[in-house]
Ligand binder design. Structure first.
Ligand code: RUB
Length: 307
């Protein structure tokens, strides 16, 4: 199996998951495609376009994937007239810079995000976000003496990955079932909620793991800050509103054993939309901003204009 096929497969089967890792793995796969034997750069550019389409179709919701693929396709098209050796060099350089930039962004968000955690706070998080984990570990390293509450994140239990990683790092960690969030906010004295993002729309709406919006509503009701941690690669110039994003629906077999309840349908959406009004702040590598500033970030950093 080629690296491309392997990557598409791994993303579909969620062996590679989380918006950031999906983007990085896709760019690494495209870099490999650019190394393939070929008579001309134009032929390689076509291979990159085809590979990009396959990668984009592997999971529909996180915008980091099309953003990453489109960037490499753009560099590839720009260099398709150059001799193959030079073309390969340009695509490789762009892919390596992209991956390096994401690693730097993650590091920076960790530093910026750790500042908003005060000493002795209890933070609730949902699912498994490398970006959130980075912030929590940084805050712990700074001696903030924090505690973390993780939701299990049914049906795929990504919350257990977060709980494992944080507890092994030394952070006191508690796991709760998803439906305990409202009660846990009071009983476990949650100070802040911090979640990751799959997509931030131009109006500041957040698309993230299913259940995120319920957590935001609970936080709003109890006056608990709801914070999103995300690299700018997850901002979507194509999506004005969260309600317009395609939400991935996964197999019912993730929820109950096939055949167990034959007459029952299973609805298994992987993500949901949290409206901007329930988000207090978004932490990016460029700093902290209100969700309403999403459009400005797209405009200033990526030259995007509403048409
Ligand atoms: C993962 C998920 C994460 C975001 C952000 O969903 O919703 O919160 O992708 O993660 P899934 P990161 O497990 O279905 O991919 O900060 O690591 O990019």
């Amino acid at each position: 199996m080629s690296t491309l096929e392997q990557t598409v497969n791994d993303i579909k089967k969620m062996k590679v998951r989380g918006a950031l890792d999906i983007a990085i793995a896709s760019v690494a796969a495209l870099k490999q495609v650019a190394q393939e034997d070929s008579k001309s750069s134009a032929e390689l550019a076509k291979k990159i376009r085809d590979a990009g389409r396959k990668l984009k179709n592997s999971r529909p919701t996180a915008v980091s994937l099309p953003n990453a693929v489109d960037y490499i396709v753009y560099v590839s098209e720009k260099n398709r007239q150059k001799p193959p050796a030079e073309y390969r060099e340009k695509v490789t350089e762009a892919a390596e810079k992209f991956i390096n930039d994401q690693e730097k962004a993650l590091e920076k968000i960790g530093t910026i995000g750790a500042k908003i955690i005060a000493k002795d706070e209890t933070i609730l998080t949902h699912c498994n976000s490398d970006t959130v984990v980075q912030i929590l570990k940084k805050a712990y390293d700074q001696g903030k003496n924090l505690k973390v509450v993780c939701t299990e994140s049914r049906p795929r239990y990504q919350g257990l990955l977060t709980a494992k990683e944080l507890s092994e790092y030394g952070i006191p960690t508690t796991i709760i079932v998803d439906s305990a969030v409202h009660l846990a906010m009071k009983k476990l004295r949650i100070d802040k909620v911090i979640v990751g993002a799959d997509t931030i729309c131009a109006n500041g709406d957040l698309v993230n793991k299913i259940g995120t919006s319920q957590i935001a509503l609970c936080a709003h009701e109890q006056d608990i800050e709801f914070i999103v941690a995300t690299e700018s690669i997850k901002f979507s110039p194509q999506s004005l509103l969260g309600s317009a994003i395609e939400i991935e629906e996964r197999s019912g077999s993730e929820v109950i054993k096939p055949g167990r309840l034959r007459k029952v349908k299973v609805f298994n959406p992987a993500f949901d939309v949290t409206e901007a009004e329930y988000i207090n702040m978004i932490v990016t590598e460029y700093g902290i901003m209100p969700p309403q500033a999403a459009y400005n970030l797209l405009k200033e950093k990526f030259g995007w204009e509403l048409k």
